[in-house]
Design a protein around this ligand. Structure first.
Ligand code: KG4
Ligand code: ZN
Length: 343
């Protein structure tokens, strides 16, 4: 089986453990979603940390049992140490440190965004130079990856992240939490051209994004149509579908226009997508269409590795260890922080 690496991810509201090896890819991956947040319409940090405390140890034991291995069979541990919710990160990091100390195993702190990017390396090669569109609940950015561990952030959002926009729009349309998948589902019955929502910074020529104006525009239109959160009548269902489809189209348009622009400027060997919003079918379709003239291949991870997961963290850690980068037990968490090169 070769060397096996354990990944731990607890940066937000999902508790995740995975085992990864160069030869076998993802050996076992388990993610436990915290459903308690749904009734609050968003993640409650205190609930998230306490839930990680309860879930992480049994999840780790399940993963090890399923693989039929023990601590002494591991070659290293990767753990997300930021950015994210401090309480949540501390649970994962403390747990990883305990295993590292007890098993005498090397430890690597992984930047959450690097994890999302490295989801594209799961089960095989990772081509560079690459342009990567990272679109999640907390981040929206275009990154130039010159090589493993060599990042240049080309631009990011000035306000809301794309996933955050999906979540807020879902909430104001009375759709279930999280908003992203719900908006995508509702959009299937709607007309994406029903409402002409703003595409902020579309022609700025830079890789910056802004989604807060879109959220306000959808809110005003929903109010004008008499749609109140959580009270969509049968008659309003059509309007909700049109609002969802038009809002999704505005987000997708901006993301794919800017991605095509970055690809045109940098001529990378490949274009990757990463993060929860990369699971969106309409975004995938639009990116493919807009990048087709460039002839540059487009790729994204399977859906289960787009959203938060520990397999991407274990895979990233394997590359850190391979390059000889190891963290000590003094490793700390960081709530915010740019994606910096380490190679
Ligand atoms: O990467 P992720 O799991 O967590 C963060 O690091 O933020 O991303 C979660 C985000 C949420 O905002 C969720 O609504 C969004 O990804 N998302 C989607 C879809 N699936 C998840 N957004 C649009 N369409 C989807 N199918
Ligand atoms: Zn994430």
């Amino acid at each position: 089986m070769g060397k096996i690496y354990l990944g731990i991810e607890t940066s937000c509201d999902d508790t995740s453990c995975a085992l990864y090896s160069a030869e076998g890819g993802v050996l076992v991956h388990r993610t436990a979603a915290q459903l308690d947040h749904a009734r609050f319409g968003g993640v409650v940090p205190e609930i998230a940390s306490r839930s990680h405390m309860k879930t992480l140890l049994p999840l780790y034991e399940t993963v090890m049992e399923e693989a039929g291995i023990g601590l002494r069979d591991l070659s290293g541990i990767g753990v997300t140490n930021g950015p994210g919710l401090t309480g949540s990160l501390l649970v994962g990091l403390s747990f990883a440190k305990a295993l590292s100390y007890g098993g005498g195993l090397p430890l690597a702190g992984i930047h959450h965004i690097e994890g999302h990017i490295m989801a594209n390396a799961i089960g095989g090669g990772f081509t560079t130079p690459a342009v990567v569109l990272v679109v999640s609940g907390g981040h929206t950015m275009l990154v130039h990856v010159a090589g493993i561990g060599r990042f240049e952030v080309l631009g990011g959002t000035r306000d809301d992240a794309a996933g955050e926009a999906f979540d807020k729009i879902g909430k104001l349309l009375g759709l279930p939490y999280p908003g992203g998948p719900a908006v995508e589902k509702a959009s299937k019955n709607g007309d994406p051209r029903a409402f002409d929502f703003p595409r902020a910074l579309k022609d700025s020529g830079e890789c910056d994004f802004s989604f807060s104006g879109l959220k306000t525009a959808v809110m005003l239109k929903a109010a004008q149509l008499g749609i109140a959160p959580g009270s969509a009548s049968a008659a309003g269902a059509r309007a909700v579908a049109d609002l969802a489809a038009s809002a999704q189209e505005a987000i997708v348009d901006v993301l794919s226009i800017k991605s095509a622009e970055a690809v045109r400027r940098l001529s990378p060997a490949i274009f990757y997508m990463a993060g929860g919003v990369a699971a969106n079918g309409r975004l995938r379709e639009s990116i493919r269409e807009r990048l087709a003239p460039s002839g540059i291949p487009v790729s994204w991870p399977p859906v289960e590795y787009c959203t938060d997961n520990a397999a991407m963290i274990a895979c990233a850690a394997m590359h850190h260890f391979g390059a000889g980068r190891i963290d000590g037990l003094g490793l700390n968490t960081f709530p915010r922080g740019e994606l910096a090169s380490w190679a």
